[in-house]
Design a protein around this ligand. Structure first.
Ligand SMILES: C[S@@+](CC[C@H](N)C(=O)[O-])C[C@H]1O[C@@H](n2cnc3c(N)ncnc32)[C@H](O)[C@@H]1O
Length: 233
């Protein structure tokens, strides 16, 4: 990314990404519709530029940004109309040579089937485990679908990168962990949001992870990152 190009991060949450870019002298503006999230960024004495707003109705004039990033948000737009509205807003605020960088949950059948079973309250009660509260829905996108949705909103997908995260291994296969510690998912997610490596693998785990990553990243990735540009300019 070019340091002169203005970046917008939609759905910046607690500032994991926006603070990182800001510290590295990029020109970035963050936004989130959660007042608590924005308040927390300000409270942490970060001088990052962040505002409270809705990604489906961006309070910026057209063609303001060179880059628009959006990590872990697109999949929470449950209805296609919302996703289309977001992409239309992204198209509007991006410059003609602007770049859209979007992360989505990839449709890793193995991971999400096992994960779904573990979260399922019927399965949990069968194994005598405590019921979990109902979580919000989360879309997993096959590569073809996200490419099509981008195309329908006049974006051309240049690249789809499988994110290298060892969370899948660490989470589901305790024998690949560095230490056989018990795993508190809520705690891990909190630390992960703060940018810490909370999923250390053993040497054997690292080897298997590296091998699978080079041979079949789609099998173990839980997240895909798309990089697109405006098609009609
Ligand atoms: C999973 S968190 C991701 C946070 C951050 N992007 C990161 O990667 O650490 C999703 C964030 O998107 C925000 N969000 C969801 N829908 C939004 C919308 N319509 N407008 C603005 N923010 C939204 C939520 O409040 C939440 O902070």
């Amino acid at each position: 990314m070019d340091k002169d190009g203005l970046i917008l991060e939609c759905g910046c949450g607690s500032g994991r990404v926006v603070n990182y870019f800001h510290k590295n002298d990029f020109n970035i503006v963050g936004m989130d519709f959660s007042k608590i999230a924005i308040k927390n960024i300000h409270k942490s004495k970060s001088d990052s530029k962040v505002i409270c707003a809705d990604a489906l109705c961006l309070p910026f004039i057209g063609k303001s940004f060179k880059y628009l990033c959006c990590f872990g948000v697109y999949g929470s737009f449950e209805h296609y109309n919302q996703r289309k509205q977001f992409l239309s807003e992204a198209y509007r605020v991006l410059k003609d040579d602007g770049i859209l960088i979007l992360s989505v949950a990839s449709n890793n059948i193995l991971y999400y089937t096992l994960y779904g079973l573990r979260q399922n309250n019927f399965v949990r009660s069968f194994f005598g485990k405590k019921k979990l509260p109902h979580y919000f829905g989360w879309y997993q996108f096959p590569k073809k679908q996200i490419k099509k949705e981008l195309e329908c909103s006049n974006f051309k997908m240049d690249n789809y990168i499988y994110a290298k995260t060892n969370q899948f291994f660490y989470d589901l296969f305790p024998f690949f962990r560095d230490k056989m510690t018990s795993f508190d998912r809520k705690d891990a997610l909190r630390l992960e949001r703060a940018g810490e490596n909370v999923y250390p693998l053993s040497s054997f785990g690292k080897c298997v992870f590296k091998l699978l990553n080079s041979k079949s990243p789609a099998l173990i990735a839980t997240v895909g990152v798309t990089v697109s540009h405006k098609a009609n300019t």
